[in-house]
Design a protein around this ligand. Structure first.
Ligand SMILES: C[S@@+](CC[C@H](N)C(=O)[O-])C[C@H]1O[C@@H](n2cnc3c(N)ncnc32)[C@H](O)[C@@H]1O
Length: 260
């Protein structure tokens, strides 16, 4: 899968995505990330990429020409048969979540546009953008961090990026629940002990404990997720107490059969 990020701060995204698991995924060829400097495409003699908004108002707006030419250069590198989506990172967009990340992970190419200052000229959105995506209901100074977040959460769903599939399937949100509490060495830290069951070596009991903890944590912290999980995984009704019922039935029958 290939990501092309159009930005006026390419070093920022290259630094963030060049480290750790994302960096390794690129080195091993599981994902490709290309940052394109929009400023390289401006025809303005002062290399400007922004201007004041028509109609007045605070701040500067990114001009359409350098973004459009940058996009055309990126587009020329993508094989025509590839599935692709052009996304503008924007606080106005659909708020990113696991389902959207899964949906986006099915494309061959994602082209991400990072705004800065007051954003970009509307005509760029009309001309090249398929969708606006937000990373949450707050406003940042630029689209670079949101783009890195999108690349990270989409990439880790691609085969090979994480060590094993279960790494994300059992995690918070993807599993439908928040993750249970995890512990590592030492067994006692600052007087706090690791729950005994985790040291028992009984995998069935550990699994049952983790599921119960995950459910309880989700119920407390994310009732919306909990309700959706319980709807998808209804609990079987409690087993009837058969012995008592049988006894009652026998007593009742005897009472009826008894001659008056
Ligand atoms: C200061 S913001 C512009 C906000 C814009 N004037 C508005 O009110 O919608 C500058 C850039 O940061 C990025 N950005 C800010 N907040 C974001 C968010 N929550 N999600 C995604 N991108 C965001 C966008 O690319 C945006 O163009």
């Amino acid at each position: 899968m290939r990501f092309d990020i159009m930005t006026v701060f390419p070093d920022l995204v290259e630094t963030v995505l060049g480290e750790s698991i994302m960096g390794r995924a690129q080195k091993n060829g599981f994902i490709e990330v290309h940052a394109h400097n929009i400023r390289d495409y401006t025809t303005n003699k002062h290399r400007k990429t922004d201007d004041t908004p028509y109609g007045g108002g605070a701040g500067m707006l990114m001009t359409p020409q350098p973004i459009y030419d940058c996009f055309k250069a990126v587009e020329a590198q993508i094989p025509e048969e590839n599935s692709r989506r052009v996304i503008y990172m924007s606080p106005r967009g659909r708020v990113l979540n696991h389902t959207i990340a899964e949906e986006l992970s099915s494309y061959d190419n994602l082209i991400l546009l990072c705004g800065h200052y007051e954003g970009v000229d509307q005509r760029i959105l009309d001309l090249i953008v398929d969708e606006e995506i937000s990373i949450g209901d707050y406003v940042l100074t630029g689209g670079e961090i949101p783009a890195c977040i999108l690349v990270d959460c989409v990439s880790r769903l691609k085969e090979g990026v994480l060590a094993a599939e279960e790494c994300y399937e059992n995690e918070s949100i993807a599993s439908g629940l928040l993750e249970y509490p995890q512990y590592t060495r030492p067994p006692v830290f600052m007087g706090l002990e690791v729950p005994e069951i985790l040291l028992s070596g009984d995998h069935a009991k550990v699994d049952a404990w983790r599921l119960a903890e995950a459910k309880e944590l989700t119920r407390k912290m994310r009732p919306d997720l909990y309700a959706a999980y319980m709807e998808a995984h209804p609990e079987p009704p409690p087993k009837p107490k058969r012995t008592r019922r049988k006894k009652e039935a026998v007593d009742e029958k005897e009472a009826v059969d008894e001659p008056s």
